[in-house]
Write a protein that binds this ligand. Structure first.
Ligand code: AMP
Length: 280
């Protein structure tokens, strides 16, 4: 596997991969890879001839009091996992390559980025949209894969690609979960043993609410019951538990399909997000 850190070498390598009309899939990540990331890599291998994975812990998507400095980084371990998965190219630029001095352009996907995680993390999605647009221009993939774990992020990237006429397909990959239901996340590494044991209440409560709402229960009461269960189960606070239109992300007060239950909650210093489909 080639590990590339500068844009000129990347362009040469991707051009070589594309020889003979071969297709390239991009899987953007921030590293600290787990089985969720690797499921995206496997999807990429199924849909394209070559897979490029990027690892870049993007400073512009972290708020001033967030975990940028503490975010887990272990490139050697990540690279070994990607070699095992048959990845041909790892794009691992440093911050100065991604944001040279004077970098001053950013992308805001206004409508989809305002609510939910956008409200709790001002500027977060501008940072995500900007870095993903740059990754698309740097790698020029035919297809890019993102996890449904970050449902709002996936919606924002789809909208950005459409609005800015990026000529690539965006695919969403299902959420990979631990056997007890907790969605895999690099941030799960922050949880103490006790917090990790308690965290299972989060997916349990969301799954129960999604089932109740699909079965005709009152939406507001079901969301409130989920919030109560999450806090009773050991979380310190709930940022939001919301029923949303699965595509427009508009908040729904009554159930109609396609709908998605979206949630974020904090346990100790760790903020976890998750989501479930509601109905078919
Ligand atoms: P991250 O490294 O957290 O920025 O995630 C990189 C990509 O992996 C994003 O598209 C995430 O949505 C996706 N991802 C992270 N965790 C999971 C998971 N548990 N299941 C599926 N995709 C995931």
């Amino acid at each position: 596997m080639q590990i590339i850190r500068d844009i000129a070498t990347l362009h040469r390598a991707v051009t070589a991969l594309k020889q003979g009309r071969k297709s390239v899939a991009l899987v953007p990540t921030m590293g600290a890879l787990h089985a969720g990331h690797l499921s995206l890599v496997r999807m990429a291998r199924r849909v394209a001839d070559h897979v490029v994975v990027s690892i870049f812990v993007n400073p512009t998507q972290f708020g001033p009091n967030e975990d940028y400095a503490a975010y887990p980084r272990d490139e050697a371990r990540d690279a070994a996992l990607l070699v095992e998965e048959g990845v041909g190219l790892l794009w691992a630029p440093d911050v100065g390559t991604m944001y040279p001095a004077g970098h001053s352009t950013h992308i805001e996907v206004a409508e989809l980025g305002a609510d939910y995680c956008g409200a709790a993390r001002p500027g977060h999605f501008d940072g995500v949209a900007t870095v993903v647009a740059k990754l698309f221009n740097q790698v020029r993939p035919d297809v890019a894969i993102f996890g449904e774990k970050d449902w709002q992020q996936l919606a924002i990237i789809r909208r950005m690609a459409r609005d800015l006429d990026f000529a690539l397909d965006i695919l969403g990959a299902p959420i990979a979960r631990d056997p007890d239901g907790l969605a895999l996340s690099s941030r799960n590494a922050y949880l103490s043993k006790e917090q990790r044991a308690a965290a299972t209440v989060f997916p349990d409560a969301l799954k129960a609410a999604a089932k109740a709402i699909a079965g005709g229960a009152d939406v507001a009461a079901s969301l409130a019951a989920a919030e109560t269960a999450i806090v009773a189960g050991g979380f310190d606070s709930v940022d939001y538990v919301a029923l949303a239109d699965a595509a427009s992300l508009e908040r729904l007060t009554t159930f109609r399909e396609p709908a998605r239950l979206l949630a974020a909650a904090r346990i100790g210093k760790t903020r976890l997000i998750d989501n479930y489909p509601v109905g078919g």
